[in-house]
Design a protein around this ligand. Structure first.
Ligand code: BG6
Length: 480
């Protein structure tokens, strides 16, 4: 597509995501002159606000969530904003919105529409947009997760969107794809010669992907109760990470080429056995030295929703046969950390009698620190032990040190820029989402059949002991 939009319409513009991520990201992009100079941004929501009210709301959000040094030209940015009140379930507001956007039939304007509303509102919104000339071939639409709660509901959303927008005009967000280190995974794998020949079952023993969060429910009880860790984190972010680690080399960085390779991985995920998943729910404990309540206490009732999940996944293709991918994510873990660990196999023959050779391990830190750490064996300087004492040493790259002067961006900055510029590589295609749901549904089916209740774990721990047992029975330990 690669055509720049001149109008961006934000649905749900007064909501949490808009305040915390979207408006600050747009302001930061404007400060760096990265947005189309004429780009206008129209916020819509149910509240009755004037343009000025919306600008004030945006200013407050930006001052709260964007560091001072990134807020250059804020007044100019605020001038780009206007507001159109709209209840997406009634037809009235759409005509006013089209007018505000200055859209006339037959004109050539390019409009990007971002839906950060509840998914139950997607269908009526698409209908309203289509009926009021806002879904023409010059419009593109961006959808925030959750895209359904299972394959069926996800297909219903995808069908509704497809009734008005062709796939090359649909941008499904997974904000993990906007993170620098996640994109760097693609660079590491495909811009270096030495990883690729080793990147297979012959040389890799297993892969771990962990996403630990210290936060709990964060006041999102309704949403979380309908999701749980599996749908909230594994279905999207973690499976995207897995797909990027496991995919074949794409022929180019084009949206089609990259997504073709990711979807093949997602379709190769083996149906899980009942003993390959562990669920947990936190009880009271302490995180960062502060006492915190249990999930049931925060919720005010009992619940069977998992706040932790650990899985042993398999990818049934030539490259990954016999290589387990261990995934683990949870709320109220001891640390906020997202990392990918690639554990290499042992050398085929040890020529150093008495030395215990540790396997090479590549750790890709995604957050909070962006770094790459390769552990390797080296000789300890000295002449003891016949001069050949060996020890594991790290080879470290810390991204902020390697690229001084580059600051950490909000993941949405990259994604919003790609949306308005029309680049789809970092957005998720329909077949990917559906392959993700198909696998997730098969896991939920097992849990439902077993009527599984999550194991409890103390807040501030790495989940229930069964999660440790899940990997230990394969002779593996979670990386910490
Ligand atoms: C969201 C989930 O998609 O990702 C949240 O709904 C989670 O529950 C968040 O906290 C984690 O994102 P990040 O960027 O903080 O790792």
């Amino acid at each position: 597509m690669n055509i720049k939009a001149d109008t961006l319409i934000l649905f749900g513009a007064t909501g949490d995501l808009s305040k915390r991520m979207l408006l600050p990201s747009l302001c930061a992009l404007h400060a760096e002159d990265l947005l189309h100079a004429d780009l206008r941004i129209i916020g819509t929501a149910r509240s009755e606000l004037s343009d000025n009210d919306f600008r004030n709301l945006a200013r407050e959000a930006i001052e709260t969530y964007l560091p001072d040094h990134r807020r250059g030209r804020m007044a100019e940015f605020l001038n780009k904003l206007s507001y159109s009140q709209l209840d997406v379930t009634t037809p009235e507001g759409y005509a006013a919105l089209a007018e505000k956007a200055g859209l006339k039939e037959g004109d050539n304007r390019q409009v990007a529409i971002f839906l950060s509303t509840a998914p139950s509102l997607f269908e009526p919104t698409i209908k309203g947009l289509a009926e009021h000339g806002l879904a023409g071939e010059n419009s593109r639409i961006c959808l925030e997760k959750p895209l359904g709660t299972d394959l069926e509901s996800s297909c219903a959303i995808n069908d509704a969107v497809a009734s008005a927008f062709s796939e090359d005009r649909i941008f499904r967000i997974d904000h993990y794809l906007g993170k620098e280190t996640v994109q760097n995974l693609i660079a590491l794998r495909f811009a270096n010669m030495f990883f690729e020949p080793l990147w297979n079952s012959q040389h890799i023993e297993h892969v771990q992907i962990s996403v630990g969060e210290t936060v709990g429910l964060e006041g999102r009880a309704d949403f979380y109760e309908s999701a749980g860790a599996l749908r909230d984190m594994v279905q999207n972010h973690m499976l995207q990470l897995l797909a990027l680690v496991a995919m074949e080399p794409p022929v180019s960085f084009d949206a089609g080429a990259v997504r073709d390779e990711k979807v093949k991985v997602l379709r190769s995920l083996r149906k899980m056995e009942p003993d390959e998943s562990v669920t947990g729910q936190y009880r009271k404990g302490a995180v960062d030295g502060q006492p915190v309540a249990g999930y049931d206490e925060e919720l005010g009732r009992d619940s069977n929703v998992e706040t932790f999940v650990a899985l042993k996944a398999h990818i049934d293709n030539w490259r990954w046969q016999g290589v387990p991918f261990y995934l683990r994510t949870g709320k109220r873990m001891p640390e906020r950390v997202t990392e990918i660990v690639v554990q290499f196999r042992c050398v085929p023959h040890n020529i150093f009698p008495g030395a215990k050779l540790k396997q090479n391990r590549l750790v890709i830190g995604i957050q909070p620190e962006e770094n790459i750490h390769l552990s390797m064996m080296a000789k300890v300087p000295g002449i003891e032990n016949e001069g050949m004492t060996l020890r594991q040493v790290p080879l470290d790259i810390t991204m902020p040190d390697a690229f001084t002067g580059k600051f950490k961006r909000i993941a949405y900055e990259r994604l919003l820029l790609d949306l308005v510029d029309g680049r789809q590589t970092l957005f998720v295609r329909r077949d990917e989402v559906e392959a993700q749901w198909r696998w997730i549904d098969s896991i939920r089916e097992i849990w439902e059949k077993e009527d599984r209740a999550p194991k409890t774990y103390a807040a501030g721990s790495w989940g229930p002991s069964k999660a440790i047992a899940l990997v230990e029975r394969d002779g593996v330990s979670w990386h910490d």
